[in-house]
Design a protein. Structure first.
Length: 334
């Protein structure tokens, strides 16, 4: 049987669906009944309701060790998709607790229960930093602790250190580092929130760029790596590097709405994050734009996907097609 953590999120729910479609026995962790409804809604979105009842749900939390023992009974393989994504600096402790300590708990249980293989979903945010003479980020690019990183990136990097510790202690592991994942069903978080903002009338764009990938490609890569003989390695999962302004135009076209028309210059996003900070202090609200995130909107990072293309003979889905397919599921198209 396969265990999936984070089965109520974008990656985990799509992974569970894919595994069930291929006749895998799946156990999934959930923290409360409301979170399960997210996965159920996704299955309904794809008209796969009949598969939802095949999930063996276990009430557990990766940060509550006593709850995990029942989840690991009779499990052979583990996909660790659970994690926290936040741009709010106030969530630093929560990020470390969930992404680092939670991952350490999963690794420890994998070792105790002699799990055959663990696949961890990391992020390109946890990859290394380019040196002055380098242009492409690869799986071997070294992390530079002297360079400023976001709290999220640090937490994912720390989580990877726990995965590598597990390998040193005898656990077979693979790490997947996806770019921004595009897919339907979760319109208030992650890339889904971008679709929602564009649909509601986003006015500003920036000219940075990063790597994007379709959710179905992420899931396929994870499963193929889990079933392969590869272990003790990480794999970048990025289909294309796309400028943010072009991405927003493609999303607007797919949703049949007006695309952003005003360029937000670096000084404007710098002012925006400071206003956002002041607002959070005065009104005690969560931050929506950090200093690091504001700066990243103007940066371009090129990550090579050559390794996964070569070892798996993998062909990535065209991102323009991914955007169109995702938009087709958007609930309030104009």
């Amino acid at each position: 049987m396969v265990l999936v953590t984070g089965a109520t999120g974008l990656v985990g729910s799509h992974l569970v669906l894919h595994l069930l479609e291929n006749d895998e026995a799946v156990r999934a962790i959930y923290r409360n009944s409301e979170s399960i409804q997210k996965t159920k809604s996704l299955f309904r979105l794809y008209q796969k309701d009949h598969l939802f009842d095949k999930i063996d749900w276990v009430l557990a939390d990766i940060n509550e060790v006593p709850t995990l023992a029942a989840a690991f009974k009779n499990i052979a393989f583990v996909y660790h998709c659970a994690g926290l994504i936040s741009l709010d600096p106030a969530d630093e402790k929560h990020l470390r607790k969930t992404n680092i300590e939670g991952t350490a708990n999963i690794v420890n249980f994998c070792l105790d229960f002699e799990i055959k293989k663990l696949c961890y979903v990391s992020s390109i945010a946890a990859l290394g930093d380019l040196k002055p003479n380098e242009v492409l980020i690869t799986e071997a690019t070294e992390w530079n602790p002297e360079i400023e990183h976001s709290d999220y990136a640090i937490s994912k990097y720390g989580a990877e250190m726990e995965i590598w510790r597990g390998q040193q202690e005898g656990l077979a592991i693979v790490i997947v580092n996806p770019g921004v994942i595009l897919g339907p069903g979760f319109w208030k978080t992650g890339s889904g929130a971008i679709f929602s903002k564009v649909n509601q009338g986003l006015h500003f764009y920036t000219k940075g760029a990063t790597g994007f990938i379709a959710i179905n490609d992420v899931v396929k890569i994870m499963v193929q790596l889990m079933k392969s003989t590869f272990q003790g390695e990480r794999f970048i999962a990025v289909a294309e590097t796309i400028p943010f302004d072009k991405l927003l135009v493609k999303i607007a076209e797919a949703l049949n709405v007006t695309p952003p028309t005003s360029y937000a210059k670096p000084w404007m996003t710098a002012l925006a994050w400071k206003i956002d900070w002041l607002s959070s202090v005065v009104f005690q609200t969560k931050r929506s734009l950090s200093k690091h995130w504001a700066q990243s909107l103007h940066k371009t990072n090129h990550c090579t996907n050559q390794k996964v293309k070569t070892v798996l003979n993998f062909t990535f889905e065209n991102i323009a097609n991914t955007i169109m397919a995702t938009a087709a599921f958007y609930p309030k198209r104009k």
